[in-house]
Design a protein around this ligand. Sequence first.
Ligand code: GDP
Ligand code: ZN
Length: 439
Amino acid sequence: MTRTGLSDTIAAIATAPGSAGVGIVRVSGHRALEVADGLFRGKRRPSKTRGGRFLFGDLLAADGERLDEGLVLVFRGGRSYTGEDVAEFQTHGSPAVLGRVLARTLELGARLARPGEFTLRAYLAGRLDLAQAEAVLGLVEAQTEAARRQATLGLSGALGTRVARIGANLTRTLAALQAMLDYPEEGVPEEDRELPLAAARRDLLELVGTARAGQVATRGARLALIGRPNAGKSSLLNALVGFERSIVTPLPGTTRDYLEAGLELSGVPVTLVDTAGIRETGDAIEAAGVRQALNLAGGADLVLALEDGSAPREALPAELPPGARVIRIRTKADLSAAWTDPGALDVSAVTGAGLPELREAMGTALLGDVSRGEAWLTTERQADAARRALAHVDAASALPDDLASYELEEALGALSELTGRDVQEDVIDAVFRNFCVGK
Ligand code: GDP
Ligand code: ZN
């Protein structure tokens, strides 16, 4: 699908719908400058301009009517985003102006671009790898600082560099294994054989370990607060968010429906979900609330399990979802302690004591101890390829030399999929389907 019509000249409105100070229509392809000549009238013709120049003038309809005045920016093939000739028209950013300018580009021989087609062309021209194309999408969609930072790193090719380092070590191992098979009597030193494989495995483990942080940074995280009625969930949610969001009442079992509130932690958007109190109950409405609470907790990236520190301790009556990440919290730390537990954080929603420590623990639990300066795996597609590479490397480590080579080649294949050097067309389609038109 993505490979048809690639020699067409394409056009799209590149700016967001609605009114804005400035809007951009972008045209790419071998006829882009012809289209620009037909649409634009100024002191110079776009096709007679060197690349990288702005021209100021009028944008005209077919009958000569002036649609708007504006700028055209010309890029020459080879030095543009797509690698093709590109003309970008900057006009006043209204739907009426942009719609007419776009329509005129179509009359002049362009066709409407498909979602992500500009970036697809950049990818096919070898100007971006697939992980960089995903980073472009990440930058367009970045809502938070963590998402922006990772997308910028990804676009710079940092993920590709990380992957290439692993690939180089696997290739060295393969060469050593080949040498051993070809010249068994000569022997291959350990630094050529085991060391690069061990380094590749360590780097891959580290890389796979970034997938969680990368996805949390990109899509945000869901946190569930659970605990018996009256444990202090609503109060803690309000304290974390900084204003009254949930209903606080001294009557146990009052928060029957769940409430959500958003905050930002370490640059990650976090949605806090205050669940109904969890306890064994005969009350049907409350039982439904409890089930819902457990479901929410099961789907959460992190569970905050609250227990009232001012009352005799009762075990959490419900099992925590298996595999869930949990921070245990002893609430109401401003009151005299009825119990203590070194495994729980002491927090008071009333005085704010323990809140900074809790925020810190939440950030660590969500992002793990991944290095911030390095590129993370930010999409499930990337994470899947990295995990497959790691599985093949693990298999190779446990096999005799002749069979190990096969696994190493499979691992290299998975790595080149990660950066998109060796991928099926449907994978490429899936990546670009998520783009907006105009990028
Ligand atoms: P929930 O049922 O788990 O949502 O608990 P709430 O947040 O509604 O709190 C239950 C009761 O405990 C209310 O009377 C709160 O004022 C009180 N409470 C909650 N947190 C604290 C705290 O940190 N210190 C004190 N002293 N009281 C608290
Ligand atoms: Zn509550």
